[in-house]
Ligand binder design. Structure first.
Ligand SMILES: [Zn+2]
Length: 312
């Protein structure tokens, strides 16, 4: 990717073109060459990638090895461990959601950036909800999406009726978005008054960012367009007309993933992480990191979740 193919972009929150350099990052996960620049808006302090890879070229960075889009999960003898970790992620998402909304048969749930849809199928199986998912990548052939109303494309282009949903979730979606304010406005439109919106994103003002800096996994260049701290995330949802119900300094996504990949990225210096080779160290390290991760809800390690309501 040469710099001439990148596009300059104004601040996603306030539209200002004035910014200062913040951090340069590489594609530490995929290992494709290139350095990507994040800036801070001089007007509102939002951190975002600028210039960015144009929308029509970013799809190449979400190939079939992209972790959230993996359909085949063959890790040899460790397959059951991996499957259990993925199931636990869906269970942890459901546990967060269930604190704020009663999920009953017929509850209309929309997952934006649903990938292969395992969270939706988990809720459908355990709670009988009606499942709808949107993803810009066509994953409709995935077995886990067969019982889901799947819309392929950009969220704000999806043909979804106004006022339909009781719950909208965005698990690690908004930091990838090319127009987050438009997506939040779309969520507001398709939610019924009183409905709940749950957003989880990496937290810029977290310990792992202060430890890993330009190798922080939350930078995930070039896929991550925006880096939210607590303040900018809350400002974004409030500006789109949502009431903040709660804010959590953690998410369903394990902080350990950032501890492991942050250390690996620091060692690999941009050469890319081969997940198939890393799987054994990953599970060994998980045991070693247990003293830290047991308290991750209090340590502000990596993630944040905001729970919002569309006012009545
Ligand atoms: Zn701004």
């Amino acid at each position: 990717m040469t710099t001439t193919t990148l596009e300059a972009v104004p601040c996603y929150l306030c539209g200002s073109h004035a910014s200062r350099e913040f951090v340069h990052a590489e594609d530490d996960l995929g290992g494709t060459p290139g350095r990507f620049r994040f800036v801070r808006c001089l007007n509102c302090n939002l951190a975002y990638q600028n210039p960015r890879v144009p929308l029509d070229r970013i799809g190449a960075y979400y190939d079939d090895t992209y972790i959230a889009h993996r359909k085949k999960r063959n890790w040899g003898v460790l397959t059951p461990l991996f499957e259990r970790a993925m199931n636990k992620l869906d269970e942890d998402k459901a546990a967060i959601v269930a604190r704020y909304i009663d999920l009953v048969p017929g509850t209309e749930v929309l997952d934006v950036g649903c990938a292969v849809g395992t969270f939706l199928t988990h809720l459908k199986k355990t709670r009988g909800i009606r499942a709808t998912g949107v993803d810009f990548k066509d994953l409709s052939s995935a077995a886990t999406l067969q019982d889901v109303e799947f819309h392929c494309g950009l969220f704000y282009d999806a043909d979804l009726a106004a006022g339909r949903f009781d719950l909208v979730t965005m698990w690690h979606f908004l930091e990838h978005d090319y127009d987050p304010m438009r997506s939040l406005a779309t969520a507001h439109r398709v939610m019924r008054p009183g409905a709940t919106l749950v957003i989880e994103v990496p937290r810029l003002d977290s310990r792992t960012f202060s430890w890993f800096g330009d190798r922080w996994p939350g930078l995930q260049a070039p896929q991550h367009t925006v880096l939210y701290d607590r303040e900018s995330l809350l400002r974004a949802v409030q500006r789109c007309g949502f009431e903040v119900v709660d804010y959590l300094p953690y998410g369903a996504f394990p902080a350990y993933f950032y501890l492991f990949t942050g250390a690996a990225f620091w060692l690999l210096k941009g050469r890319g992480l081969n997940l198939d080779k890393a799987i054994v160290p990953y599970f060994v390290g998980q045991l070693l990191a247990l003293p830290l991760t047991l308290f991750e809800r209090r340590l502000n390690l990596a993630m944040q979740t905001v729970i919002c309501r569309r006012p009545l």
